[in-house]
Design a protein around this ligand. Structure first.
Ligand SMILES: NC(=O)c1ccc[n+]([C@@H]2O[C@H](COP(=O)([O-])OP(=O)(O)OC[C@H]3O[C@@H](n4cnc5c(N)ncnc54)[C@H](OP(=O)(O)O)[C@@H]3O)[C@@H](O)[C@H]2O)c1
Length: 349
């Protein structure tokens, strides 16, 4: 409930965060450690993990009992995820919270994506979460082989999807479908792990500042920016606060801004609700206006391709894709990303 904070009490517990060497993962680590929660940070780059641990220790007054540690490895490989769980249990730790925060997007037109980028999108955005939770559940089960399923201690899995799972659009083919897959996985695991006393939450953040976000801006096609409109990115620290606050209020479908909540109303389905009466009302409006919205967006897309094609024929350029890459470097475009009347409809990510 909105007035309650009793559903997430990390003091004295242990969290493992996949994707904690930068961005949101690190901020979550800092905020949990501040609340006397031990944190295991996971990512591929050892030097960054060590740097973040030093930063957190320098920022936060030493909590009563909490500790910080890290494990490095590529969680998109199942064997690596399983190896990490062995390491965690070998040190007599049985995490209470499993944050699956790894993820990154390479926004490009479908035609411009390489096969490596497509495979990386699946591995990082879906594989890391799937591998880590599956291998972790297997480990937990083998460590509790004599315990009846309903006597398992409470555990909590938190997936990190994106508002793009609610509203996918041009430029995010490498990313948004994986975030929808996470949304789907969260529904299934709520049923399959629930009997073992797991709570399963899924966050759908809008834009926030991070190293990953800055990287995205470098390849983002102009048309993608046009459809997104001007949306201010909050800081990763603010995003972490919002998510922890909503977990405390007991919400399991978590958005970080109003537009995210509104877009979430378009796909309510069997997702856990937040302000459900209002969501039903907004979803009714969506049912009526969505075809018009689609028409407006597609009109922008066609305008973009027409503009790109006319530029292509005037300069003897090769492809729409090349044209889009040049846009990023500031070459003239027929579609102005900020002045179009149809901007400001959508947040990113
Ligand atoms: N930033 C946004 O605007 C935004 C919006 C909506 C949703 N999100 C989602 O929120 C989450 C956090 O975003 P962010 O912007 O903070 O991300 P970020 O800055 O790109 O950080 C991603 C983290 O994941 C780790 N990682 C990547 N691949 C990994 C792998 N195979 N194995 C282990 N660790 C891996 C990275 O470290 P290494 O490279 O060292 O492995 C890094 O610590 C992501 O799931 C993202 O998709 C972000």
């Amino acid at each position: 409930m909105w007035f309650s904070k009793s559903h997430f009490k990390p003091s004295g517990k242990t969290a493992v965060i996949v994707g904690a060497s930068q961005g949101l993962g690190t901020e979550l680590a800092l905020k949990l450690y501040e609340q006397n929660c031990s944190v295991i940070l996971i990512a591929r780059t050892t030097a960054n993990l060590q740097k973040q641990i030093s930063r957190i220790e320098a920022t936060v007054c030493k909590p009563a009992t909490a500790t910080l540690s890290y494990i490095s490895g590529d969680v998109s490989k199942y064997s690596e995820a399983a190896r990490m769980w062995d390491e965690i249990f070998d040190s007599n730790v049985d995490p209470d919270y499993i944050f699956c925060c790894a993820g990154s997007s390479i926004p490009k037109l479908f035609d411009d994506l390489t096969s490596d980028e497509l495979a990386g999108g699946i591995g990082i955005n879906y594989g890391t979460a799937l591998n880590f939770v599956h291998s972790g559940f297997k480990k937990i089960k083998s460590a509790n082989s004599t315990t009846l399923y309903k006597d398992y201690k409470p555990r909590h899995v938190i997936f990190f999807s994106s508002v793009l799972a609610f509203y996918p659009f041009i430029g995010y083919a490498q990313y948004a479908p994986m975030k929808s897959a996470l949304m789907s996985l969260s529904v299934i695991l709520r049923q399959e792990l629930g009997p073992y006393n797991f709570r399963v939450s899924c966050a759908f953040p809008g834009n926030f500042q991070s190293e990953g976000y800055d990287q995205e801006e470098l390849t983002k096609p102009k048309i993608t920016k046009t459809i997104e409109g001007a949306s201010d990115a909050i800081t990763a620290a603010e995003c972490a606060d919002l998510i922890l606050d909503k977990l405390g209020k007991g919400y399991d479908t978590i958005t970080t801004d109003f537009i995210g909540w509104v877009l979430g109303c378009s796909v309510l389905g069997v997702l856990p609700r937040t302000w459900s009466v209002f969501q039903i009302l907004v979803s009714l409006i969506f049912l009526m206006v969505a075809p018009i919205g689609n028409w407006v967006v597609y009109r922008d897309v066609l305008k973009f391709f027409e503009s790109a094609a006319s530029h292509q024929s005037s300069v003897g350029d090769n492809s729409i894709g090349d044209r889009v890459s040049e846009d990023i470097d500031g070459v003239a475009s027929g579609v102005d990303s900020r002045s179009d009347a149809t901007t400001n409809r959508k947040p990113s990510n």
